[in-house]
Design a protein around this ligand. Sequence first.
Ligand code: ADP
Length: 205
Amino acid sequence: MIYILTGGPATGKGTRANILAEALNIPHIATGDMLRKVALKNAEIREKLQKGELISDDVITHLLEERIKEDDCKNGFVLDGYPRTYRQAELLDEILQKQGRKITKVMELVIPDELAFRRILERKKCGYCGAMYGIDFPPKVEDVCDKCGGHLTVRTDDTKETLAKRIETYRKNSRKILDFYKEKGLLLTVDASSNPESVVEDAKV
Ligand code: ADP
């Protein structure tokens, strides 16, 4: 059971990946989380993440290859944040082939742009403990963190302009990757406007 969840900004990849991983009792592998962990010990990766640059295809693929060899991945895993380039899609095929495994399904999450804007522009973060809030999970008291009472603020990179650019970049970069999986008959396009639990049903083959 190897699933890839892909989608533009604010489509809720992480949420659905978590639900699916839990339902199938397999790990949720988010390459962003993996890299942030590596960055604690690796200055080069730390610098790239801080600048918002992509990690090279070879480096991230090597990390992923090692991760999916671990015991907890023996029944499968849910990938979130990878592949981000066409080359990564090709490399993933190569490493899975080496391990004698196959992708089960690729789910592309799609939401109307208007909803992406609302989700992101209304997303707030606690300046103290880092908890996140948004239109689907507002705090009990406006601008106050439920968990620690800290003050909630919007992310500085969450502006209309940067978001429009991120959506455009996603569309441009993902087209070739999605076609690659479509040709293999692995792609399912999902309306991700609501009901994240439906990912379990969508995952069935
Ligand atoms: P975001 O959605 O803000 O990009 P992520 O947690 O998915 O957040 O990723 C954080 C950072 O980690 C990215 O900006 C990028 O630098 C790096 N990263 C994550 N996944 C990949 C990948 N598959 N290839 C290259 N770099 C990646």
